[in-house]
Design a protein around this ligand. Structure first.
Ligand code: CA
Length: 648
């Protein structure tokens, strides 16, 4: 499809166009409540807009009506009746061509998102949903990244077959009878947030197809509708909405906040409702007129244009208001602008309270993308322009710990590259004193992690970099030790904490580095591994508890790094520092914390400063309290130790 009337991006993005057509109303879409239904679309080049109503997702047209033209390219029609449950689309005439399109602002849709659906959202709330709220925000944010289907596909999940891979699985509070799984497991693990891979309506899975399909879902169709393949019934478009709300309600009831992975940087294809409604406006083009492809997914949404930015802000707020979302992870945030990210944060802070909603993203893009003039892309080097609190995935810390994410053999400090150890002190301070190619305003902008859905799982990366002959399935003491050390390091760095689900039980995809459409069996969480790797799970649980009890490491203020003082060490490959753990007006058990990273193959003997110390974590246990009798401790090879100095 071409831009309408041969208009260039420059014209479509320009001031003149927006003075004429920018619409800031908050009533686009189909709004149905109290026995009234209003349809409103933004289509500035349309000569005519006709509404088609259907009683079913596949049925013939039931009624038709022509919309009236308003100012600013808006068209509307109102009905003095509730059309809840009725499906709809539009016939838009542009340059004498009749184009059928769904509604980009739709809050409901039918199977595979082909038709939009009128929904009186108040009727989709499960019991108690209107009153439910998120658990209180904790001092530390420990984010667990998970795919809805991975959570419960395994038969060992203990979830009834009909709920496996579905939103509903989150409402099953059972164990499989032998050991905790799913929700019970999550609750016991102690994470504060679950970040769910995309669950807006996406296009890569046929909702009418069989249950064996799998996709991560980074291909948006309907931004404001939940994905249908996770619902128990796709024939009725209200079921996906209700069951998605039930999932969020269940997570909240178990003390866990919910973060949504959002993909506003591109759409499933250019032939989207956006493009059909306003040809050319919503996408970036290269100089030769072809589509920009900074997403490596075929198109880039034109963030930076007023109606695109309005759409994204409205969409984010919709998910918070309607679904009680607690935060957003922005896919390829580098294709979005600093301006938009800061605006989203500002508006969420204003409406829901400062810092209530977590925002962070991938501070990069897959390739260059032509932004509007004067726009600043939200990439890593521009972290300093993002509002404090908007986080970036910190690949510097990630790669320092376990080695390059793309090169399977390349090690980091836990698997062979001890010479990089001096950088660990910088990572611990959230890169606040330089050492990386970006300048965070505070460690609140840093998301510390060593694995995510992209690239190899931590376990696979360690196996491939540490073993001559990879065996992914079985336990391996050396690799388990390296895994513990990796976790120990990022749990002792200032910043927010993030982990891929299953990192704590040796999750393996058998060396597959990009499992976005691999079989569900390869992707699923294998719950029996929580038993097989119980020592590793316990170590993570201990680190989570310990972290929450150390305000010196949880501090997100701009001066947090000043709490950290590097200690002189006598060995190359050893790094040690103390953290001032005092908080005025509050009691803490330890006034100071001492951290040691020993990346060498030898035991490291360290002299402590005066005081009464206890070991809180070492190579085998985290969150212990082991008295130190003399002021001397021995740190095992390739491991960390954390000590607390008891308040006098
Ligand atoms: Ca879908």
């Amino acid at each position: 499809m071409k831009n309408v009337k041969g208009m260039s991006d420059k014209v479509l993005a320009g001031r003149e166009f927006h003075e004429k057509y920018q619409y800031d109303g908050k009533d686009l879409g189909a709004i149905c409540k109290k026995g009234k239904t209003t349809f409103k679309v933004w289509s500035p080049f349309a000569q005519k807009v006709e509404l088609c109503l259907y009683k079913g997702n596949d049925s013939e047209v039931w009624r038709k009506a022509v919309l009236a033209q308003e100012d600013k390219g808006v068209w509307s029609i109102a009905f003095e009746e509730s059309l809840h449950g009725v499906y709809y689309d539009y016939l838009v005439v542009i340059e004498d061509e009749v184009i059928r399109t769904g509604d980009p602002y739709a809050v409901g849709c039918g199977c595979n998102g082909r038709r939009s659906m009128v929904v009186d959202l108040g009727l989709t709330n499960p019991p108690g949903f209107e009153e439910e709220t998120a658990p209180p925000l904790q001092e530390e944010q420990i984010i667990y990244e998970m795919h809805i289907k991975d959570f419960s596909s395994d038969e060992n999940s203990g979830v009834p077959k009909e709920y496996r891979g579905k939103y509903k699985a989150f409402t099953v509070d059972n164990t499989n009878g032998k050991y905790p799984t799913c929700m019970k497991y999550l609750r016991e693990l102690g994470v504060t947030h679950v970040q769910l891979l995309p669950f807006f309506d996406y296009g890569s899975v046929d909702e009418a197809g069989d249950e064996n399909q799998f996709n991560w879902g980074y291909d948006p169709l309907n931004y404001n509708v939940p994905e249908g393949s996770y619902a128990t019934d796709v024939a009725d478009g209200t079921v996906r909405i209700r069951e998605c709300k039930e999932m969020i309600q269940a997570l909240h009831a178990n003390g866990i906040r919910v973060i949504m992975d959002v993909v506003y940087n591109h759409t499933f294809s250019e032939d989207s409702w956006f493009q059909r409604m306003v040809p050319g406006y919503y996408y970036r083009h290269k100089k030769d007129g072809s589509l920009a492809d900074g997403s490596a997914c075929g198109n880039d949404v034109a963030v930076g244009r007023a109606m695109v930015d309005n759409y994204i802000v409205d969409s984010v707020k919709f998910w918070v208001r309607e679904y009680h979302m607690d935060g957003f992870r922005f896919d390829l945030m580098g294709l979005l602008t600093v301006d938009l990210m800061n605006r989203i944060q500002r508006e969420l802070d204003e409406e829901f309270g400062k810092g209530e909603k977590l925002l962070y993203g991938e501070p990069w893009s897959a390739a260059d993308s032509p932004m509007e003039e004067g726009m600043i892309p939200a990439v890593k080097t521009n972290t300093c322009h993002l509002n404090d609190g908007i986080g970036i995935f910190c690949d510097d810390t990630r790669d320092l710990i376990k080695g390059d994410a793309f090169l399977e053999k390349k090690p980091g400090v836990v698997n062979g590259a001890g010479e990089m150890a001096p950088l660990l002190i910088k990572a611990a301070k959230g890169w606040r004193d330089g050492g990386a190619a970006f300048c965070p305003k505070s460690c609140a902008q840093i998301i510390n992690y060593v694995s995510a859905h992209d690239n190899f799982t931590l376990w696979d990366k360690l196996i491939m970099s540490m073993c001559e002959e990879p065996n992914f399935l079985d336990r391996n003491q050396k690799v388990i030790a390296a895994n513990k050390f990796a976790a120990f390091i990022y749990f002792t760095c200032q910043g927010r904490l993030f982990m891929q689900a299953g990192e704590e039980f040796g999750r393996t995809k058998l060396g597959e580095g990009n499992s976005y459409c691999s079989p569900w069996e390869l992707n699923m969480l294998q719950w029996n591994r929580t038993v097989e790797f119980a020592d590793l799970v316990d170590y993570y649980k201990g680190l989570i508890l310990l972290r929450k009890s150390l305000p010196g490491l949880c501090d997100k203020s701009a001066s947090a790094a000043e709490r950290i003082r590097e200690k002189a060490v006598s060995e190359e490959g050893v790094v040690s520092f103390t953290v001032d753990n005092r908080v005025s007006g509050r009691k803490t058990s330890w006034e100071e914390v001492c951290v040691v990273y020993n990346t060498t193959g030898q035991e490291y003997s360290m002299l402590l400063e005066e005081g009464v110390w206890e070991i809180l974590a070492d190579d085998s246990t985290a969150n212990c309290r082991q008295a130190v009798n003399e002021l001397q401790v021995k740190v095992q090879p390739h491991s960390g130790m954390l000590l607390g100095k008891i308040v006098k």
